[in-house]
Design a protein around this ligand. Structure first.
Ligand SMILES: O=C(O)C[C@@H](O)[C@H](O)C(=O)CO
Length: 273
């Protein structure tokens, strides 16, 4: 049984709020990154008090209100499904604050991305328009990226958050790369969490996590709403024909910078014409 994959659950937190994923350093081999996926029915309110952690509240689907102190962000969110392939709105909230998320639409799905933080930063809306958009790769490694909290956005202390779309028949996070050696400026040490979604939702993708010496080498079949955690190692994703893949990545580590190292055995793939 792998300790890297978390199957979707349905845990009622209170009427109108269901927890689908709750990955922390208590149940996963992680020190820095955390993720919660919640589903809310209209008017249901999720409240949380942060301790020494910061959060990025991502309006995954549906519309929500987010309140922290005097900050009110109303009716945020841009899509009914992540597969609309449109960037969405998010809110950054720093450590030691209390905040509320309320569903405005019949249902809403929200990802809460966590990382350690001790320096207060302003609560801030990261609007859909603030996302930077990239198309990466060629041949069968094409993917489409929405950068929600990239390293050049100084709104967070530790958190890096990104959404990645991979069409059926393609690979992403490929050629395989790792970011687990604290060896700046060439490689940074970052844990990573993948929240996977698949369209249509009965589909699956393959996610391998492995190190050079293969002391860690796990290949997982991953279904809709499953989470994979990557405490270390290379971590490519393969998407079967007929299904589209979406994942949201949370990355965090001692230094907020993403410097990765490609597996030298497979780096040639980047240099094909
Ligand atoms: O470009 C991609 O395929 C996405 C990945 O880089 C993903 O965000 C990741 O693995 C980050 O380390």
């Amino acid at each position: 049984m792998t300790e890297l994959k978390f199957q979707a659950q349905k845990q009622e937190l209170k009427p109108g709020i269901t927890v689908i994923q709750d990955v922390t350093n208590n149940n996963a081999p992680l020190k820095y990154a955390g993720l919660k996926l919640i589903q809310l029915q209209k008017d249901a309110t999720y409240t949380e008090t942060l301790n020494q952690i910061e959060v990025c509240v991502v309006a995954l689907s549906g519309h929500i209100n987010v309140v922290e102190g005097e900050h009110h962000f109303e009716n945020i969110g841009t899509r009914d499904s992540v597969f609309a392939k449109r960037p969405t709105d998010s809110v950054y909230i720093s450590n030691d604050h209390t905040y509320q998320v309320t569903a405005v639409t019949e249902k809403a799905e929200v990802v809460l991305c966590y990382a350690p933080s001790s320096k207060q930063l302003p609560t801030k809306l990261i609007s859909a328009a603030d996302n930077t958009i990239e198309d990466r790769g060629n041949h069968s490694i094409k993917r489409h990226v929405h950068n929600i909290l990239p390293e050049d956005n100084p709104s967070a202390n530790s958190l890096l958050v990104v959404e990645v779309y991979t069409d059926g028949g393609n690979f992403s996070s490929y050629p395989p790369h790792r970011h687990d050696h604290d060896n700046l400026p060439t490689e940074s040490s970052l844990e990573e969490i993948y929240l996977h979604k698949i369209e249509p939702k009965q589909g699956f993708v393959f996610h391998r996590v492995y190190t050079d010496d293969r002391s860690l080498d796990e290949t997982m079949s991953v279904e809709n709403n499953d989470v994979v955690v990557v405490p270390k190692g290379y971590h490519p994703v393969g998407v079967p024909d007929g299904y589209n893949s979406y994942y949201l990545n949370v990355m965090a580590g001692p230094v907020r910078t993403w410097k990765f190292h490609n597996d030298p055995d497979h780096e040639w793939i980047l240099h094909r014409k």
